[in-house]
Design a protein around this ligand. Sequence first.
Ligand code: ACO
Length: 370
Amino acid sequence: MTATKGLEGIVAATTSVSSIVDGVLTYRGYDIDDLADHATFEEVIHLLWYGKLPSNSELNRLKGELSASSAVPSQVFDLIRLIPQATNAMAALRTAVSFLALYDDEAGDMSREANLRKAIRLQAQIPTIIAAFARLRVGQTPISPKEGASISENFLYMLKGEQPDLIAIEALDKGLVLHADHELNASTFAARVTVATLSDIYSGVTSAIGALKGPLHGGANEAVMTMLEEIGSIDNIEPYVKQKLANKEKMMGFGHRVYKNGDPRAKHLQEMSRELGKLTNDLQWYEMSVKIESMMYALKGLRPNVDFYSASVYTTLGIPRDLFTPIFAISRCSGWVAHILEQFENNRIIRPRAEYVGQSDLKYIPVELR
Ligand code: ACO
């Protein structure tokens, strides 16, 4: 038995949710470029969960269900109030999502119908939790969800306490479409491993949030912004990047296990970063990002991944840096759920083997003789 570090190249599941073939990402057969240009996040949720783009009435039904489910039990606010102010937002989200299960009467019902109902509640309530956490930690009152609003509009509304403009809603929505699913990424794998034991959907999503939090996965978008702020100005880029690479440190937002010639989502976010920068008359982060991108390609042959330009996009939208990864979770919840449902449909426990490299043939010595 020989281990494959990081399971690189191992095909661990079959799926019809999404695919990456020759650098092209598709959700249920639709190219991400097509969806990014035309679909709303709610349409993508329908596509991922029910296997097809919705008709008008199906879309309205789903939007109505999501909107009607977006309020959280009041105990969740009580929990959030107990969370220390300096807590990492993903740690807070992970805790609150796990807590939500305790107030869901259907938490233990494993039928597909109940799982879909819980999925709607999770998808609708994660944005409410993040916005409430962001407000409560600075002493502001949480804002109740706005009836009939899309997930993007509602999230920005609950976060800022005012009606967001259309450009911001559309930009966030496109970001959610682009992050919704990505084959067997680390957090989706974590979700599938968890529910393959026949544990429940809340456990699966809680595991996934924990995996997404790390800076090698979803946490990279926040780390990119930290890096941009640390660099500070375009003149500091060259020495900063050279130093990082000389120290064999990772530049956040670059590289990918699967894409070797560029992440197809990055170009959309780059364009959004430029357009939003122009609109707000603040192209600093965009211009710095472009320079870093060209240096990284010249020096390392590495292209940006989805997290690189999302940092400047969300910053230009006025979103606090530590909410970038939670926003990723709002989007990826849709993909996690699709994979969890698929895992339940054709389940087998996921239990690989390990190559043992420790000592052997040791003999027990009584504690007083050690
Ligand atoms: N900066 C500098 N060098 C890098 C980077 C980077 N961001 N990414 C990869 N490399 C180099 C490695 O040092 C290594 O070089 P070497 O062969 O000379 O030692 C080589 O490229 C291969 O890198 P690995 O880390 O082995 O690649 P792996 O497939 O295991 O990791 C990962 C992929 C985690 C994305 C990696 O590229 C990375 O750490 N990137 C930075 C974090 C990041 O942006 N994560 C978000 C990924 S997208 C997402 O999850 C949403």
